[in-house]
Design a protein around this ligand. Sequence first.
Ligand code: DX5
Ligand code: ZN
Length: 226
Amino acid sequence: MGVTPKIAPSMLSSDFANLASEAKRMLDFGADWLHMDIMDGHFVPNLTIGAPVIESLRKHTNAYLDCHLMVTNPIDYVEPMGKAGASGFTFHVEVSKENWQELIGRIKSIGMRPGVALKPGTPIEDVYPLIDSENPVGMVLVMTVEPGFGGQKFMPEMMDKVRALRKKYPSLDIEVDGGLGPSTIEMATSAGANCIVAGSSVFGAPEPAAVISLMRKSVSENQEKY
Ligand code: DX5
Ligand code: ZN
């Protein structure tokens, strides 16, 4: 179908003190997107970066900044993130039950692409209304670990969610995040994922470019089957 591979190294695994050069390094290695994990120390038990860091990084790159908002009040972040130069704005469905329509509208009006993420314990049905809406999200992010930290173990049982999504929405961008690398990529891509976030497996590899290209190949080969 019409979906293309997007390999998105998670900058959470980078050297934050050298973010611009780390970003350039990943793009030179073949990354399509840069995945930026925004954590507020409340929705998840970790605190990372926010709009000021996105704004600083934006001055050094034109890359698509795929921002994953692990925050309790995503609506408060829309304007600052948009002004800072974020490209994608993916909020969590668990904290957006009341205002997802308003969120999607505001995200689009400031020029970003909306996405919705769900934690491992959240049923896939919870995101269907956001895709079926007249003003839909462009991407669904299926968490394959509990959000909060890099370097955790991939949860294969989440692939049922990916399969259900791909069956229902052949041309939707489906992103997986957490524990992806050479040993788990095939499970994700054969289920139908096309946007792949990978932190420790890319940054920790002796040859990150080889890991990125292996993952892209896995997406391409599997997408041909849909
Ligand atoms: C976890 C983050 C991920 C994380 C992935 O909450 O959303 O993006 O950086 O890291 P790895 O690939 O190491 O599991
Ligand atoms: Zn993430």
